[in-house]
Design a protein around this ligand. Structure first.
Ligand SMILES: CC(C)(COP(=O)(O)OP(=O)(O)OC[C@H]1O[C@@H](n2cnc3c(N)ncnc32)[C@H](O)[C@@H]1OP(=O)(O)O)[C@@H](O)C(=O)NCCC(=O)NCCS
Length: 163
């Protein structure tokens, strides 16, 4: 699956779906090359995803591999990964753009893709993450309710949003 948008400054963002599952990772030690091919992740790209996650979320040891059994998409500027998002069933689980690439419309590009591909989604976001809440509201998401003590790491309270 491929989706591309060009910016005036030469940025070209492409959305790619990662094909992976736990089994593939479980076999990782046997053949790195084989794993990369199946994942469509080149060596170093998982590391890059982890870096973006670390800079974007309060939980520092997020197990990104565990999300790869869901619909896991990466956003690439040319060959460089600049963000990712994950959808599981009706839930938008994760969404992150590399800090240096924020406020350029890349998140919106991804969100428009998500809204076209998936319907009736919900998400949970930290209630103090006002920036992300603004971003989601701009894209038509509505706050449904506050869920106290939802998170284990950092700020505990969540807002459930839906579209
Ligand atoms: C939320 C996030 C994905 C937005 O990505 P982005 O590429 O910067 O978003 P866009 O450039 O498309 O922003 C679209 C609009 O959303 C709103 N918005 C986005 N970031 C905002 C911010 N930091 N403060 C206020 N409004 C913001 C603005 O209205 C913006 O339009 P504008 O730039 O014309 O004012 C990105 O900030 C991010 O990765 N945050 C860290 C991870 C996170 O919090 N993820 C969500 C919870 S899982």
């Amino acid at each position: 699956m491929l989706f591309i948008r060009y910016w005036n400054d030469g940025t070209m963002i492409k959305i790619e779906k990662i094909i992976a599952n736990r089994l593939v990772f479980a076999n990782r030690k046997h053949s790195q090359a084989n794993v990369s091919e199946k994942l469509k992740l080149k060596p170093g790209e998982l590391k890059k995803l982890r870096k973006i996650a670390k800079k974007s979320f309060e939980q520092k040891d997020m197990k990104l591999k565990n999300f790869m059994k869901y619909d896991f998409f990466v956003l690439k500027n040319g060959k460089a990964i600049v963000g990712f998002f994950v959808v599981s069933g009706k839930r938008l689980c994760l969404m992150a753009i590399e800090p240096g690439h924020r406020r350029k419309g890349i998140g919106s590009f991804a969100m428009n893709f998500i809204k076209r591909k998936y319907k009736n989604l919900f998400l949970m976001v930290k209630s103090r993450n006002k920036d992300a809440i603004k971003f989601y509201e701009k894209h038509g998401w509505k706050k449904i309710r506050l869920v106290r003590n939802y998170y284990k790491h950092g700020w505990k309270h969540a807002v459930r949003m839906a579209i």
